[in-house]
Design a binder for this molecule. Structure first.
Ligand SMILES: Cc1cc2nc3c(=O)[nH]c(=O)nc-3n(C[C@H](O)[C@H](O)[C@H](O)COP(=O)(O)OP(=O)(O)OC[C@H]3O[C@@H](n4cnc5c(N)ncnc54)[C@H](O)[C@@H]3O)c2cc1C
Length: 378
């Protein structure tokens, strides 16, 4: 593992720091819709100066950044306190999937709208009975002339209420084995046949939604990667899901821990051995997380492929974040449990961390099988 940046990486970091210092996104609005509009504006500003998708090739408006530069981007963004761009699923998942599987026409049509945040994307993968076992999904698409007619239900669709396009995986061949009968579509969300019903979360927000799809239409030209090839295309989307974000998340965890240490110090709690011990343990975990994220990066740069470290980092981050927010509640008492406060939000939002982007149990299976070489789970 090499933690020193080369000249190009240092120059990239310095230019970005300068840009972030000169472009303050301002205070985050508390209202959900206004907050989303604010993040959309923020993305427009990033895109104007080619910072919205640094990992995209220059020809598509990115900077052709290496994995390390991409990690630097998310780390610096996190440190500056700026938010993630609004179209994060389009930038991190949709764009790279299109670049790998899309036709030239599809790239030309869709990539600019993702970058500018004019067209927001959501991910329509999970269903009520298909989450961890995604390939058992039941939403069906049937060909009718040069269109597909879609019926089914999706759930947990983050940002669907703001989206123009949905990365939809649907079953197009019910006779084929479950991984083979799937096709990947781009579905226009602007249709009466799609009902978006927000799901109110424990935090009070509606980050995600249920989608009820009854006869929605998708033109054949919006199939990505060919009929029956949906599983492979979906894997590309999933593989991109955590690349880079790990750095943003570990920086945010570090910041939250520092805030908690300051709060504890202000109350004279650092002299309490038990409190100091718990904060010390979190400090060690935050450092392990940072170094594991860099180790994963080194592996990608050396071998060209993400290693199982991504699963390990996601598992460690989610459990450490839950531990941290729980400790905050223990130390700050009712103040951290009062609705509407920062710490109560962090405590409640952290519950979903061990589910989103792969549950902890699934990540443990991956580590057991692919890192430790244990027998496959049945
Ligand atoms: C905040 C948030 C945002 C999300 N956004 C999106 C989105 O935008 N688009 C989208 O498509 N999905 C999204 N999801 C859905 C997410 O991907 C799924 O919740 C996740 O994959 C788990 O699926 P499930 O909820 O159906 O649980 P299930 O798969 O039904 O799992 C239930 C329980 O069984 C365990 N389990 C399942 N299989 C195994 C196994 N083989 N071995 C051991 N244990 C197992 C799981 O770990 C879990 O504890 C989001 C989820 C959250 C929390």
């Amino acid at each position: 593992m090499d933690l020193t940046f080369n000249d190009a990486e240092t120059a990239f970091r310095d230019e970005l720091r300068e840009w972030l210092a000169a472009n303050d996104p301002g205070e985050a609005p508390s209202d959900e819709d206004r907050n989303y509009a604010w993040r959309r504006d923020w993305q427009r500003r990033l895109a104007e100066d080619r910072w919205a998708a640094v990992h995209w090739p220059e020809e598509y408006g990115g900077r052709g950044a290496t994995m390390t530069q991409s990690a630097i981007f998310f780390e610096e963004l996190g440190k500056s306190g700026a938010p993630l761009p609004a179209n994060v699923l389009g930038l991190l998942l949709g764009g790279p999937t299109l670049m790998m599987w899309g036709t030239d026409e599809q790239k030309e049509r869709f990539l600019p709208g993702i970058l500018s945040a004019d067209e927001i994307w959501c991910q329509g993968f999970s269903e009520p009975e298909a989450g961890s076992d995604l390939a058992s999904l039941k939403t069906k698409a049937v060909r009718e002339g040069d269109e597909w007619v879609v019926n089914g239900q999706k759930v947990w669709t983050s940002g669907a209420q703001y989206s123009k396009w949905c990365m939809l995986v649907a079953r197009t061949d019910t006779d084929a084995p479950k991984h083979k009968g799937l096709t990947y579509f781009l579905m226009d969300m602007d249709q009466e046949e799609i009902q978006v019903r927000p799901l109110r979360q424990i935090t009070g927000e509606s980050e995600f939604n249920e989608l009820f799809i009854e006869g929605a239409r998708i033109p054949d030209e919006n199939v990505i990667g060919g009929e029956g090839n949906g599983w492979k295309v979906a894997l590309t989307t999933l593989m991109n899901e955590r690349a880079g974000l790990a750095f943003f998340l570990q920086v945010r965890l570090r910041q939250l821990l520092d805030e908690l240490i300051t709060e504890a110090a202000g109350r004279g709690l650092l002299d309490d051995d038990v409190v100091a011990d718990k904060l010390g343990e979190l400090h060690v975990k935050a450092e392990i997380l940072r170094l594991t994220a860099y180790r994963g990066l080194t592996a990608i740069e050396k071998y060209g492929q993400p290693g199982p470290e991504g699963s390990l980092t996601k598992w460690m981050w989610s459990e450490t974040n839950q531990q941290l927010t729980q400790l905050a509640a223990d130390l700050l008492g009712p103040e951290a449990l009062t609705a509407g406060t920062k710490w109560s939000y962090e405590l409640l939002r952290a519950r979903g961390n061990t589910i989103e982007g792969g549950t902890t149990e699934i990540l443990k299976n991956i580590v057991a099988e692919r890192v430790l070489g244990l027998p496959r789970a049945r």
